[in-house]
Design a binder for this molecule. Structure first.
Ligand SMILES: Nc1ncnc2c1ncn2[C@@H]1O[C@H](COP(=O)(O)OP(=O)(O)OP(=O)(O)O)[C@@H](O)[C@H]1O
Length: 205
């Protein structure tokens, strides 16, 4: 039987004295695409932060066989795309992708292929800060998908994307999973996530 890549048991989080997550269980095996859905404030981002080792929780969380920690060894295997990253002043879109490839020593995609796939060819030589919201989101996702990883954690990846690109992204995530990767994403778009396994989160309070 395939070993799970994520085992979360009875996860609980309180923020400011208010329960945000209570008794959450989640098991994810390699090759799965899991969509976490729920109302605003249900705790979806908080759960993702627990899986990323960015939020302390009660219960137990194991990712890749150990509790997640915000340290380089963990991030070499896990890619996170959530809030808009800080862009490097003076570096173009292409250079951001080149930087990501250089830092990781290799990539799942060539820079040119990533520019094509994420429809960034026309703005490759511009600064990210000069792009539209959706273009910046595509760059952020391209950086996450270009680098090697075993697990992709995405917070509302559909944010700012038009319908056509949402479809393309769903396909790219399916390919990532077919190659043995695992995706856990928070989303408000069940249609974008129609091929994913849905996990519904109820508000804890
Ligand atoms: N730093 C914080 N301090 C106190 N409460 C917080 C903090 N961060 C989040 N919360 C609360 O925790 C709850 C869950 O927040 P979270 O962002 O995880 O929800 P979400 O399901 O991702 O929501 P959305 O769909 O709006 O993005 C919310 O009620 C929010 O107000």
């Amino acid at each position: 039987m395939t070993e799970p890549i994520i085992i979360a048991r009875d996860v609980g989080v309180e923020l400011g004295g208010v329960p945000v997550l209570r008794g959450v269980d989640l098991t994810v095996v390699p090759g799965e695409v899991v969509a976490v859905l729920g109302a605003n404030g249900a705790g979806k981002t908080t759960l993702l932060r627990c899986l990323a080792g960015l939020q302390q929780a009660s219960g137990s969380v194991d990712v890749l066989g150990r509790p997640p920690v915000d340290e380089p060894d963990f991030w070499r295997e896990v890619a996170l795309a959530g809030d808009e990253p800080t862009w490097y002043p003076g570096l173009t879109v292409r250079e951001h992708l080149e930087l990501m490839r250089a830092v990781h020593g290799s990539g799942r995609l060539e820079v040119g292929a990533a520019l094509e796939l994420f429809e960034l060819v026309g703005c490759a030589d511009r600064a990210p800060s000069s792009l539209s919201t959706g273009q910046r989101q595509r760059l952020s996702l391209a950086m996450a998908l270009l680098r090697p990883s075993r697990l992709l954690l995405l917070d509302e990846p559909e944010r700012g994307l038009d319908t056509a690109f949402r479809e393309r992204l769903a396909g790219l995530l399916a390919e990532y999973a077919a190659d043995g990767g695992t995706v856990v994403m928070v989303t408000h778009d069940p249609r974008f996530a129609e091929d994913a396994r849905h996990v519904a989160l109820e508000p804890a309070a």
